[in-house]
Design a protein around this ligand. Structure first.
Ligand code: FEO
Length: 406
């Protein structure tokens, strides 16, 4: 955990969380930070919050103590978003200060009551409402519904130009005391860019249209810094993360990077023989390729690669008249996240009956994914030389299709 100063009278408290699945579901190989902020005017406000992931108040107390802030002096708890990664500390906070007001949106107040049975001293705010902390710190609230839940808002400090954006503009990846873009080198910024794609695609990608609207709202604010609920603070160049997020929004529709993601699974190595051949063919081409095996690689890792990729190759056998089940599960998740409009190719083995292709078509239709497939290659049992040659030709066709878009 660390506490740092963003600028005069504005501080960040941050806790790293590792070795859990985010939302009980998403693998985070590099963890995540949960960030909280304090603004000291004549009155003091705590924006979102941190405590141990288990809700232990000592974490928050220790961080406040290092900043020499008496928890009893905190008058306002501003909760931008009631998902428990940002609000799970409320009950812990009550144990150290029972006299405070909670500031949140109408939908946030409903969730506050549902999750924590708390409805006392709640100030409900909406777009453009303000809260004056004194000493010039007039906070303006910015509704950002569905980034990530319907209750989500951001808080803008008009004095410092800091947008406290909660889930918007966040990333995975743990942080240390240098968690500011002006203190990180290019390699470290690249690390958080990759973590931002994983975070975006896994957590808020399905809500790309609301993210687009939120970005448009930001154009009306004189933003000097962005301080998100996860990841690093953008103190030098907030436009970088805004532009990155604009790209991630657009990637949902299909034209992403000039990259191919190959997702494959195999039961007894028949499809794998063709995959090995396909990888050799792909290596001859001047294009970035991400290779993921199911069920071994996590949904989140695959989703992040597909989000970045304009082209997708699927290789899987038929299994009991259907598609190899782990591939079907991944495709269902891609459909739910609305990763649409990819250029795609599929190949795979079958034994006594086909069926994988039929289920693939059903999933693509069900989620209106609008993936544009070139003709698939299916082979009975082990692939013969002519099957491999055909797969090689189709891969070249896919790469040409992707290249022609850039
Ligand atoms: Fe970081 Fe939607 O919670």
């Amino acid at each position: 955990m660390n506490q740092t100063k963003i600028t005069d009278n504005v501080y960040q408290l941050s806790v790293n969380v590792e070795d859990i699945l985010f939302e009980g579901l998403w693998e985070m190989p590099n963890g995540v930070s949960i960030n909280s902020y304090i603004i000291k005017g004549q009155k003091t406000a705590l924006i979102d919050g941190v405590c141990g992931w288990d809700g232990v108040p000592e974490t928050l107390l220790a961080l406040l103590d290092k900043l020499e802030i008496d928890p009893k002096s905190i008058e306002y708890l501003i909760i931008n978003h009631m998902e428990p990664d940002h609000s799970g500390w409320i009950e812990a906070f009550k144990k150290i200060n029972s006299d405070f007001k909670i500031v949140c949106s109408q939908k946030g107040a409903e969730l506050l009551e549902a999750f924590y049975n708390h409805s006392d001293n709640v100030i409900i705010v909406k777009d453009k409402d303000t809260l004056d902390l004194g000493n010039g710190h007039v906070l303006e609230f910015v509704e950002m519904p569905n980034v990530h839940w319907p209750d989500t808002m951001a808080t803008f400090d008009t004095k410092t130009g800091i947008l406290f954006s909660c889930d918007a503009f966040g990333s995975f990846g743990t942080v240390n005391e240098s968690n500011y873009d002006d203190l990180l080198n290019e390699e470290e910024i690249d690390f958080y860019e990759k973590e931002a794609v994983r975070y975006y695609s896994n957590i808020i990608g399905a809500f790309s249209l609301p993210v687009k609207k939120a970005i448009e709202k930001c154009e009306n604010l004189l933003i000097k810094m962005i301080a998100p609920g996860h990841g690093i603070v953008w103190r030098k160049n907030p436009n970088k993360i805004i532009e990155d997020y604009s790209r991630y929004v657009s990637y949902q529709k299909g034209l992403a990077k000039k990259e191919i993601t190959l997702i494959w699974g195999s039961m007894y190595g028949m499809t794998q023989k063709a995959v090995d051949y396909a990888i050799k063919e792909l290596e001859k081409e001047n294009i970035s390729v991400n290779v993921h095996k199911v069920p071994e690689d996590s949904w989140g890792t695959i989703l992040a690669s597909v989000w970045n990729s304009t082209g997708v190759i699927l290789a899987m056998p038929t299994y009991e008249y259907k598609m190899f089940p782990p591939m079907a599960a991944v495709l269902e998740e891609l459909g739910k996240k609305k990763a649409v409009g990819r250029k795609a190719f599929r190949f795979g083995s079958y034994g006594w009956s086909g069926g994988a292709q039929k289920e693939l078509d059903e999933i693509i239709d069900k989620y209106k994914m609008n993936w544009e497939f070139i003709e698939p290659v299916e082979f009975k049992g082990s692939p013969r030389e002519e099957d491999l040659n055909l797969i090689g030709l189709r891969i070249k066709e896919l790469i040409n299709t992707v290249n022609n878009l850039f």
